[in-house]
Design a protein around this ligand. Structure first.
Ligand SMILES: [Zn+2]
Length: 162
């Protein structure tokens, strides 16, 4: 027999080898403008935030942070209009929330390229209408895991190389 398969308990951290660092998924936002909001507790509920909030005006272009297929377009009370994208050979799920709208032609199953516009910034869901932003999360998954699975990792170092 060949060597034993890797233990399913050891889900690897996202590797920059395949996709390179993730692109900052809001047009015109520099790495120096990002704030690490991953560990911040929410005002309501006190749960970890598990994402980065990227402030921008309503309508600013939301860009795909990596190459990969759009897996799910979904509306939730918290996230509002959301988009889940599979990346890194299926091992990452990228979650974009509070979207104002989807870009023309974006639908489940299409592949998008890193840097392609997929949506616009908004404040749908539980975002403050006076402070539109992109809520962006990165979940480590196995390729056959569903779109709602995964373990959140901090997007900040993946976006800033720090
Ligand atoms: Zn958020």
């Amino acid at each position: 027999m060949a060597s034993a398969p890797p233990s399913p308990a050891s889900v690897p951290m996202p590797s920059p080898s395949n996709t390179g660092p993730l692109l900052i998924p809001v047009s015109g936002v520099a790495a120096s403008a990002l704030v690490d909001t991953f560990a911040q507790a929410r005002d309501h509920g006190g749960r970890p935030h598990d994402a980065i909030d990227i402030m921008a005006e309503r309508g600013r272009a939301v860009l795909a942070a990596a190459d990969g297929p759009v897996e799910k377009l979904f509306w939730s009370d918290a996230g509002g209009r959301t988009l889940y994208q599979r990346a890194d050979g299926g091992r990452l799920l990228l979650y974009y929330a509070h979207l104002d709208g989807y870009a023309p032609g974006v639908r489940e199953g299409i592949s998008v390229r890193k840097g392609q516009q997929i949506a616009t910034v908004g404040s749908t869901g539980n975002a403050d209408p006076a402070a539109p932003h992109l809520h962006f999360a990165v979940h480590v998954v196995r390729p056959d895991d569903p779109w709602y699975a995964g373990r959140p990792v901090n997007p900040y170092p993946l976006l800033t190389r720090r």
